[in-house]
Design a protein around this ligand. Sequence first.
Ligand SMILES: *Cc1c(COP(=O)(O)O)cnc(C)c1O
Length: 391
Amino acid sequence: MSLEDRPDREAFDTICAHLAEDRLAYQGAVIPPIFQNSLFTYPDCKTRMEQWGAPGVYDYTRYSNPTTEIVEKKIAALEGGDRARCFGSGMAAISGAILSCVKTGDHIVCVDTVYGPTRVFLTEYLPKFQIETTFVPGGAPQEWSDASRANTRLFMMESPSSIVMRQQDLEAVAAIARERGIVTICDNSWASPYFQNPLKYGVDIVVHSATKYLAGHSDIVAGVAIGAEPRMHRMVEREGCLLGAVLDPFASWLLLRGLRTLSIRMERHDRTARAIAVRLSEHPAVERVFQPGRPDDPERHLTDRQLRGTSGLFSVLLRDSSRERIFRFVDALKYFGIGCSWGGFESLAIPITVPARHAGRPGDEPVWLVRLHIGLEDVEDLWADLEAALK
Ligand SMILES: *Cc1c(COP(=O)(O)O)cnc(C)c1O
């Protein structure tokens, strides 16, 4: 796992800075304008008839918008896909991508540690279409084939997951899926395209909560799905345009602003988070740190193969993991805001419960963890804050 493993490293940053930008089309403006309009007009009726739907011709912002399209082209290139579609939130991208794969009576296999609302969508929303989901720990490829049935249409992955950071073997699971005509989706929000590209391993659709690292400033809610044509074309026409959860052009413009610094932000999150995780793991109050790449990482082989970095989000299990102790620790932090979400410039901490099996503990009692997002602040200031709060 190293940044030097990235063969197209320069291309990544150049894509962020230049791809799909046409300054001369906007009076040389270094930042493209926000096309904050719902519709586009035509010089005459015949032109509208002839040009409707052609590339570079815009009609209505629910279908396409020039500001949003710049972002979509960049993110598609960063993930190595043909096409990306922005959505109004990560959940809109996830539910849209899932709905694009299944029909009434189908079956889904999903990783057990998937993001909570994705799980609720699968267990509480899709059953109204008689769509059933089986959850698997997901670390061993065999679990995916064992759980599949004749009507399985989708393998839903999230690697690493965003609380206990469990990973799936993307290449092996995608190969099993392809053999059986099953589609694969991977939520790649934790790694961002800078640290992992699931499409490269044969995954069909990548989804992101762009609210997190892609936007990176904690000021928008956004989502994106990326994949190959013609699958993406169908998703844009149906789940994109018919369900209609589009990204607002202003939010697209802020997302574009975030992309310009994605790589340098990710490198800093990664460096500071790794330094802090090492110190925490050596602290007597800490039982375990859940972070890919640590010596007790249960999926070290996948970390080495799939990830180029460890991102800024990890969880900590304290030796005294009582609710009272966890709350006292989190309340004592000065620089860490107490809040959900992550991926922005700021450090965050949140007490969180997981099923005992997710934390590698026996029994059925939920286990309290603290999930930390390590922001872009000074590493020594953050460490001093954590150390003081642990006392
Ligand atoms: C936040 C998050 C989502 C949902 O994204 P929203 O933008 O909040 O809708 C999905 N997956 C993961 C891993 C997340 O952390």
